[in-house]
Design a protein around this ligand. Structure first.
Ligand code: AMP
Length: 433
């Protein structure tokens, strides 16, 4: 299949080829025809599969087919984070380069007044994060009455971040007769399904990856670490390997990311920390330096790394193993983007095993455990699992203790000869039944 098969306008085809896209990715092959048919779509596509162009292209084609001079936005594209909103806006600009449809971006982290001024100009496409947009609707600064298409990107992430009610509230500001597309890394779970039911009308469902699988272009590996010092040594070794050109190292907490960055810098590794507390300008600056290769390693928290789109990230390293499978998928999706090969490394201490098991269960995949010469762990995965199981102690709550006592008494009662059963057995012990 080629992009020409979609019957897209030459203005779009030129822009597509300028981006170096030779043929549609699987999500593009499935989603573009559905959207061109003006049907609602529920699309499951892992990050890095080319899903942004999958909705941007049909939107641009629609605007070309139905030109107007809009005083209010005709298309709304919602993203959970500013970085992702900027990423979408960039793709709108790149693919719409030859069309010049006016677009506006509204996100937190920037002066609201300046963003409001831009809305006084004509606007075809509004790209926004839900919080800022809702605030501006409440202040009557945006009119969504004339929306013709609504796209919700990374819906699962939006729900995780608690943005679901904001999205529904802001869509109430529209008459609702728009075409809608909901894109999500995973369609599994009732949250996304319910959200989709609220927003979409008889959607066509397309799914490029099975819900729990990640692109085969990502080689995933586990290294066992005895303790923090061992983990740091493994990390340093991996980062200094010549195959590692550019890496994101994930920590579960920003304090740990800061501490790890300090340590890496003390070991002469070109590293910077990126977490949600930095103001937008600083975040952008760090991301740009990372993209330009001025920083080799970005030590990041989950929220901060969202929307970071660059093809040349060779390694995603989970210094801390995430608590959930979907977060894992989002993290490793930073590498192996668009037909490139990437490596996802998991540094696993004993206490991380519970999280690793949860992720493997989510992926329906056992991740291979490897060793680095000279940095072998002092335990095997199997030893560790046994030890963890042995160590696992159930905390007995007063209620559980009372229930056990009651069960013991019941068992004792069974053992008592029939004639004595008439007599109550320490009655207060049965209160909890
Ligand atoms: P996305 O999943 O939208 O974040 O896209 C991931 C990366 O794939 C981006 O760097 C895009 O520029 C790139 N991309 C999107 N579509 C194609 C395509 N058809 N061929 C090659 N690269 C693509």
């Amino acid at each position: 299949m080629t992009f020409e098969d979609f019957d897209l306008d030459p203005a779009l085809l030129t822009a597509i080829h300028k981006q170096g896209y030779n043929k549609p990715t699987p999500i593009q092959a499935q989603a573009i025809p559905v959207m061109l048919e003006r049907q609602d779509i529920l699309a499951g596509a892992a990050t890095g599969t080319g899903k942004t162009a999958a909705f941007v292209l049909p939107v641009l084609q629609y605007l070309l087919d139905e030109p107007k001079r809009p005083s209010n936005p005709r298309v709304l594209m919602l993203a959970p984070t500013r970085e992702l909103a900027f990423q979408i806006h960039k793709v709108v600009k790149q693919l719409g380069h030859n069309c010049n449809f006016p677009s506006v971006i509204l996100t937190g982290g920037f002066k609201q007044g300046e963003q409001m001024n831009r809305l006084n100009e004509p606007c075809d496409i509004l790209v926004a994060t839900p919080g800022r947009l809702l605030k501006m609707i409440e202040e009557d600064a945006v009119d969504l009455t004339y929306l013709e298409i609504v796209i919700i990107d990374e819906a699962d992430r939006m729900l995780d971040m608690g943005q679901g009610p904001d999205v529904l509230a802001l869509l109430e500001a529209t008459p609702g007769n728009f075409q809608a597309g909901l894109f999500s890394a995973t369609l599994a779970g009732t949250g996304v399904a319910r959200f989709a039911e609220e927003i979409l009308d008889n959607p066509i469902v397309v799914q490029v990856d099975a819900p729990n699988q990640k692109s085969e272009q990502i080689q995933q590996v586990v290294y066992l670490a005895d303790d923090k010092a061992h983990k740091q040594a493994l990390l340093e070794n991996i980062l200094k390997d010549p195959t590692c050109q550019s890496a994101i190292v994930f920590c579960n907490k920003k304090e740990r990311a800061v501490e790890l960055t300090d340590w890496l810098q003390s070991r002469n590794v070109s590293a910077q920390v990126l977490h949600g507390d930095f103001i937008q300008a600083v975040r952008m600056d760090k991301m740009n330096k990372f993209k330009n290769g001025k920083i080799k390693v970005l030590v990041a928290s989950d929220v901060a790394a969202r929307g970071l789109d660059m093809l040349q990230i060779t390694h995603v390293i989970n210094y801390d193993i995430p608590f959930r499978g979907d977060i894992y998928i989002h993290r490793i999706g930073r590498t192996g983007r668009a037909q490139q090969v990437g490596i996802a490394v998991n540094l696993v201490e004993r206490h991380d095993l519970v999280n690793l098991e949860r992720i493997e269960y989510h992926l329906k995949l056992k991740l291979p455990v490897e060793k680095i010469a000279g940095l072998e762990p002092h335990f095997k995965m199997t030893d560790t699992i046994k030890k963890v199981q042995k160590k696992k102690k159930v905390k007995v709550t007063p209620r559980m203790a009372a229930a056990k006592k009651a069960a013991d008494l019941k068992a004792a009662k069974k053992r008592i000869p029939k004639v004595r059963q008439e007599q109550p057995i320490i009655e207060e012990d049965w209160d909890d039944e």
